[in-house]
Design a protein around this ligand. Sequence first.
Ligand code: ZN
Length: 271
Amino acid sequence: MVGGLACIAAGSIAGLFWPNPTRLTFLNVGQGDCAVFQTHGSTIIIDTGPADARSDAGSKIVVPKLREMGISGIDLILLSHPDMDHIGGTGAILHEYPSATLAVSSFFRHNHQLLEQLAKWGRRAEDVKWLGSELRGKIGEFNIRVECPPITENEETNDGSMIVRIADGEGSAVFTGDAPTKVEEEVEPLGDWHAEIMKAGHHGSHTATSQSWIESVRPEFAVISCGRNNRYGHPHKEVIDRLMEDKVQICRTDREGDIVFTFKNGRFVRD
Ligand SMILES: [Zn+2]
């Protein structure tokens, strides 16, 4: 399936002379994840923020932000795993940007919550791009690699969180959804995960971001996406201590709001 994502991002060729800079934005969606990657006129979203019966970060936060950012179309929405703090905002985003392609690990093809949500969003399962275990493609000048860890029925959805790396030379970022340490260990030998920017797994929980994973990624920045005073105590002190010991700059959405990196001279620079 090498190159499978390149087709999705075919629109990027037309955007080669797009005046807007390449930018990676971690939106402050509270206790959840939502990252927006823009390059050469292509836009990819990795996770869509949380929603519950009372509140929907998609309509309240993500869509207004995307409008403010001047985004007129979305090429691809990658959903790391079907937990509501990662997929909750999808419906609102699809309503605003109906041509976006949804891509999900094929290991969640029969996940009840996901199928229920798909019906709510007015999407059929056949409309989803179900990703196999490994995919590589291009988004503008960036290489994108996606690993979907296999998951059995008895495992938690977190265990199937997709691992995504985008890279153009030194400018690179890696996303692990809520993948626990055992998944970090599984994917470590599968290739080069070095990234300037690491989204700390599982909102900075001690279940993720092992010492070994930090050494594989060797990040300059770790972004922790979590809600202020969240009930899980994220981020956990062990993770903060590990990152600080390795002199990784910690960026937290709960304290700093949206976290924006712009690609300049081949590297991501914090705005
Ligand atoms: Zn989560």
